[in-house]
Every structure is written in structure tokens, then in C-alpha cells.
Design a protein around this ligand. Structure first.
Ligand SMILES: *[C@@H]1O[C@H](CO)[C@@H](O)[C@H](O)[C@H]1NC(C)=O
Ligand SMILES: *[C@@H]1O[C@H](CO)[C@@H](O)[C@H](O)[C@H]1NC(C)=O
Ligand SMILES: *[C@@H]1O[C@H](CO)[C@@H](O)[C@H](O)[C@H]1NC(C)=O
Ligand SMILES: *[C@@H]1O[C@H](CO)[C@@H](O)[C@H](O)[C@H]1NC(C)=O
Ligand SMILES: [Fe+2]
Length: 451
């Protein structure tokens, strides 16, 4: 906790320390079991402060995300209020000519948080784009050229997955391992910057991930560290997150940036919000119900869900925190024949067998906790014993996962532990989707019988 103090300066800093103290107490309160005396985490990781070397008008914190069919959203921040929200792009580099084939205009806005005022946050949607193609782009009409590759339109496709990233040396190590082997889309099940109300840390995080997030789409959902609301001081939750990390919720018929879905190469991915209302009468519940109903497994044979607080978890950390949501929504996911559910929150790796309602069930999703991205809180070292027969693999080490979808029936999942220069494959298995098997026919009127 006191390690955080050095980031605070002046009066604002002192007040922020108080706020952060409140936040930390809240967190421990939420996870009382975690705070028990036998729960020992390694020392906090050193937080990296990533600085911007360019001028105020130079784009920084550049990242891209998928934004509806054949479109990508380019997001960046400038510290100059006159900067324009224009992206020039094309299949040929414009480094020498300064010319790009296409151009698109978006919008920018700022937000205030306590004494902090953000830079101009720009979002520009570009497209239509061709699949599996490298595009070169420039933000704001001048400055550095970036490039990204669009995902393929058909199998195979590879996802890199890591939650609870933060911005420590461990984070840098995870990102390096992610970057060492190509992938198409990055999936993040919540807890991004660990800014914990210190807004400049959101900027620092944006700069740290830019080399990765400017090259491949980063698709994220919210964690508890994104909430950042405090009664009567900063009442609006997810202020920084929603402004900086705009996801394709409008494109997927959702009314909230906290839950949305997208299709990519035969995979339908649904991002749920652990910290948005999820009961049967909630907007999120109704939205996901309608979203699942629209899924055509002939077009997207794979169905994957991400959320933050795990529904299945044998770590002593954060026990039961996902339970209310599980009770509210598990049947929906089961009936929709979701293949895999990725969660974060617990700073460790754990893989479960296919489960429904706490019982092994070959028609239920495989649950994976992958909250091991490397944040400053350290690892969740303490697993409950004896191990649950539902838990197939568990280890408290930093790392990332790879979901490599080969075709409409087969995918390979692997977990890569960070190990200095190389990422060590520590867990891996083949998965077959339901759409290829008769044993678990897609949700139909008869599937009610199986409940
Ligand atoms: C904008 O400039 C101010 C003053 O130099 C600086 O304190 C702040 O960190 C800058 N913000 C960003 C996002 O670079
Ligand atoms: C889940 O199991 C509990 C008891 O273990 C039972 O009460 C409940 O009805 C089950 N829920 C569903 C949806 O089958
Ligand atoms: C899908 O990929 C798996 C693994 O490479 C392979 O064994 C299987 O035959 C493939 N199926 C089809 C329909 O191509
Ligand atoms: C880590 O990497 C080193 C060499 O780079 C290797 O000798 C060691 O076995 C690896 N450790 C693990 C746990 O994989
Ligand atoms: Fe979390």
C-alpha cells in the first residue's frame, strides 16, 4: 500500500492516498478470506512508469479494437486540445510519401476526475477492411506511423488471453512473451491498469501496452479495478475505463460498454460485466439472452465468454465473489452451449473440466481462470485442499494463454508460464466444440430436459 504513495504529489496526492486507502480497504472487505493471516503473497511488483517522449500534439496510448463487421476502432490520446480526430490508413506505408489511400474522422472528448483532467481521447472507426491484411496508419494527420494486421475471416485463428495485467515488471514480461509469438486478437478478462484512482497511471498503462495494442485488436472487459467510484467524491463508476477503452457495444446491440459481443473468424465472443447488474430483470441479462439467440453455430461454431470474477475457483482468494452471477446466468450459458468461459480476478491460472451447476457435465463450458497477467498485487498462492475433482490444473504463476482455433470442430488451449527468456507451455489440451458433436445438440426446446 505504501509503495503507491510515491506516485502522489502535493495536496491532490494526499487526498488521493486517503481515497486509495478507502479503495484498498473495500477490496480487502470484498475478499475477507483472502486477507486472512495465512494468505501470503510475494512482495508487490515494481510499478513501471511509462512516459511520453513526443510533443503534446503527438498521439500516445494508441490502441485498436474490433468495431463491427470489417471495421476497427483506433483510439489514442493527445495532450493538445487542437489535435484532430483523423486516421489516415492504407495497405501501403505512407512513411515516405506522407500519403494514405483512405482517411476517416471520429471524435474526441476529455473527462475530469477529481483534480485530474485527461488529455483529448480520440476514437475513430475505420473500414471496411480486408481480412488478414496489414494496414499502415497515422493518427491526427501527422506523426508516427503505426501498423496492424486484421484478423482472418476464416479458421485458423489464434487468441492471446491474459487478465489482471497492471503495469509492473511482471506485466512487461507477460507482454513480451505474448509478443514473441504471433496472434490475431488479444482478450483481456478485466483489471487493466490498476490505476486505483490515480489517473496518470491510466496514461502510463496506455503507453506500456501501445506497442502491442496498436498492432493487434485488444478486446477487454471490466474488472473491479476499473470501477474507481467513491461515494460523493467521484460517483460515476468506470469513468476512465469507459472513456479510454471503448468497445463495440453499440455495434452489438448493447446499451453499455460493460457488456458486448463480436464475431471473428467463426468465433462468437461475448464479454460480460461482473460489475454490471446481471439478474434476470437486468439489461445485461436480457441483452445476452437475445445475443445468444442470434448466434448461428453454422456461421460461428465457437462460442466463448469472458468475465472478471470467476464462477469456478478453488483458490482461497476471492472465494464466492462470482457466485451471485453464476446463479443468475449459468443456465443461460449452459443452454447456449458456450464452449469456454475465461475469467480473471484471481491472480493465478486454473482450468476446470466442463461444468454445469458444480457438477461435471460434458455439455457445459470449460472454465479457465487466467488472472495471471502480472499486476502489482502479486500472486494468489493459496489453493484450497483437497483439490476439487472439477479442477484439472492449477498453478500460481504469471503467464498468458493461447486459444488456437484450428477449424469448426477443434481448438487447442495452452497456458504459457513466464520464464525469463522463453514462455514455457505448462498446460495444454485439445477442445472440441459442441457444434461438431451430436451429444450436446445446440440449445433447443428439448435441452430444457437436461437441466
Ligand atoms: C499533459 O501535460 C501535462 C503538463 O505537462 C502533464 O502533467 C500531463 O501528464 C500530460 N498528460 C499526458 C496524457 O501526457
Ligand atoms: C443446482 O444445484 C442445486 C443443488 O446443488 C439445486 O438446488 C439447483 O436447483 C440446481 N440448479 C439448476 C439450474 O439445475
Ligand atoms: C480440425 O483440426 C483437427 C486438428 O488439426 C483435425 O484433427 C481435424 O481433422 C480437423 N477437422 C476438419 C473438419 O478439418
Ligand atoms: C526456465 O527456463 C530455463 C532456461 O531458459 C530452463 O532451464 C528451466 O527449466 C525453465 N523453467 C521452467 C519451470 O520451465
Ligand atoms: Fe480483480
Amino acid at each position: 500500500m505504501f509503495g503507491e504513495a510515491k506516485f502522489c504529489k502535493g495536496i491532490a496526492g494526499s487526498i488521493l492516498i486517503i481515497i486509495i486507502t478507502i479503495q484498498r480497504c473495500k477490496e480487502l472487505g470484498n475478499s475477507g478470506k483472502e486477507a486472512s493471516s495465512d494468505y501470503i503473497r510475494p512482495g508487490p511488483g515494481k510499478v513501471l512508469s511509462t512516459v511520453h517522449y513526443g510533443s503534446d500534439s503527438d498521439p500516445q496510448q494508441v490502441h485498436i479494437s474490433l468495431a463491427g463487421k470489417d471495421h476497427v476502432r483506433v483510439s489514442w490520446i493527445t495532450n493538445d486540445t487542437t489535435a484532430v480526430s483523423i486516421v489516415d490508413y492504407g495497405k501501403k506505408s505512407g512513411k515516405l510519401s506522407g500519403k494514405y489511400k483512405a482517411s476517416a474522422t471520429g471524435a474526441h472528448e476529455t473527462y475530469d476526475y477529481f483534480f485530474y483532467k485527461s488529455g483529448e481521447i480520440h476514437h475513430v472507426k475505420i473500414g471496411p477492411l480486408d481480412p488478414s491484411t496489414t494496414y499502415y496508419y497515422r493518427c491526427g494527420g501527422s506523426g508516427e506511423e503505426f501498423s496492424f494486421k486484421t484478423p482472418p475471416s476464416t479458421f485458423p485463428i489464434e487468441f492471446a488471453v491474459a487478465g489482471d495485467l497492471g503495469q509492473t515488471e511482471w506485466t512487461a514480461s507477460t507482454l513480451k512473451h505474448v509478443g514473441n509469438k504471433d496472434y490475431d486478437v488479444f482478450l483481456l478478462p478485466g483489471d487493466l491498469s490498476y490505476a486505483n484512482a490515480q489517473q496518470p497511471l491510466w496514461d502510463s498503462f496506455g503507453r506500456l501496452v501501445q506497442p502491442y495494442a496498436s498492432q493487434r485488436p485488444w478486446m477487454v472487459t471490466q474488472g473491479n479495478h476499473e470501477i474507481e467510484s467513491f461515494s460523493s467524491i467521484e460517483e460515476e463508476p468506470f469513468k476512465a475505463y469507459n472513456k479510454r477503452w471503448v468497445m463495440p457495444f453499440l455495434e452489438s446491440g448493447s446499451t453499455s460498454n460493460l457488456y458486448y459481443s463480436f464475431d471473428v473468424a467463426g468465433v462468437h465472443i461475448v464479454m460480460l460485466g461482473s460489475y454490471a447488474p446481471f439478474q434476470a430483470d437486468s439489461d445485461q441479462y436480457k441483452w445476452v439472452q437475445a445475443d445468444f439467440a442470434k448466434v448461428d453455430r453454422k456461421v460461428t461454431p465457437w462460442l466463448v465468454v469472458l468475465l472478471h470474477a470467476p464462477w469456478y475457483n478453488t483458490n482461497t482468494a476471492h472465494q464466492g465473489e462470482g457466485e451471485k452471477m453464476r446463479k443468475a446466468m449459468e443456465a443461460l450459458l449452459y443452454q447456449a452451449r458456450v464452449d469456454i468461459v475465461f475469467a480473471g480476478h484471481v491472480h493465478a491460472y486454473e482450468r476446470f473440466t466442463r461444468v454445469f451447476n458444480n457438477t461435471a457435465n460434458h455439455c457445459g463450458p470449460m472454465y479457465v481462470t487466467i488472472g495471471d497477467g502480472g499486476n502489482r498485487e502479486g500472486l494468489a498462492l493459496d489453493f484450497k485442499n483437497p483439490p476439487s475433482p472439477l479442477s484439472s490444473f492449477r498453478e500460481a504463476s504469471f503467464g498468458h494463454g493461447r486459444l488456437s482455433v484450428f477449424n469448426k470442430t477443434h481448438a487447442h488451449w495452452s497456458w504459457h508460464r513466464n520464464n525469463d527468456s522463453s514462455a514455457t507451455v505448462a498446460d495444454g489440451l485439445w477442445i472440441e466444440t459442441f457444434s461438431g458433436s451430436n451429444a450436446c445438440k445446440e440449445h433447443s426446446s428439448s435441452s430444457k430436459d437436461e437441466l
